[in-house]
Ligand binder design. Sequence first.
Ligand code: SF4
Ligand code: SF4
Ligand code: SF4
Length: 329
Amino acid sequence: MSGNGKPKFAMYWAASCGGCEIAVLNIHEKILDVDANFEVVFWPVAMDAKYKDVEAMEDGSILLTLFNGAIRNDENEHIAKLLRKKSKLLVAFGSCANEGCMPALANLSNIQEIVDTAFSTPSTDNPQNIRPNTKFSVPEGELHIPTLYPVVRTLDQVVPVDYYMPGCPPESHQIAAVIDLVIQVLQGKAELPPAGSVIGVGNSTVCDECTRKRNEKKIKKFERIQHIMIDPELCILEQGVLCSGPATRSGCSALCPKAGSPCIGCYGPAEGAEDYGSRLMTAVASVVDSNDPAEIEKIFEGIPDPAGQFYRFNLAGSLLRFSKPAWKG
Ligand code: SF4
Ligand code: SF4
Ligand code: SF4
């Protein structure tokens, strides 16, 4: 509890795009419930608080921390460890913290390639081909910028996590429901779910929430959505456009198929799936309409960027990390 008697709340972004922060603000008037029930002690995007303020707090004194973003550099790791120490409940919030999300697709390249790409794009004005130095001396002293790690890691690959809330970003109605639950727990009207639970989600797949009509799926050719007219009623995968619904956890009310786009998997692996990409590949392979290896290969050539298609959100959290020593962090 704080001086004003309210439990403390913190939110932090590590390697992230900021969308998870916007999703929290997007809960509209529910944000007033956060203010009414918590003292917000650390939330860099919304208030001016310094790391040293957090360092000065007693261990375990923050009731709830929503941590979004993956672990890309030593600053991300330092704050993850600091907030773990200071927080009773640490929630991996959003796909980046849960599974690495798109920042982790960079695990397919080494650091030098990533830095070279970032600092030599056609739109980058860098005639002297300068690269960032992690230490730099100026008259006032030595400046430091965070050091990139060889790979992006998920939050729970760095510190123990109490709850997981997936989504890119988590849907605002799910965030509001989780905040309501915590408030009810504080008022003694509800109990927290078991530690380690995935919260703010369903326990089936996006397909189970999807209202599109389904027949037996037989795919002879994969198409890109921009190349065909999608039937508004029929299952998108049946129409030959890769939809990740069969492998993805429910919770978003099948938002993308409802809007005419395939699910791309942002809610992460469905309950019980050890490896998201393998589950999706199995689902997709089962609807390919051929037994001829050459034809099957040709059909799969219609999927551009297979690593991105099957592991767009889950590369850092996937079992693939065990096959590459550097990915173990
Ligand atoms: S999970 Fe998605 S919305 Fe949230 S920080 Fe990562 S990329 Fe952005
Ligand atoms: S594959 Fe996609 S479009 Fe088809 S039922 Fe599942 S979520 Fe809906
Ligand atoms: S349909 Fe898929 S990609 Fe779209 S919000 Fe839901 S889980 Fe995410």
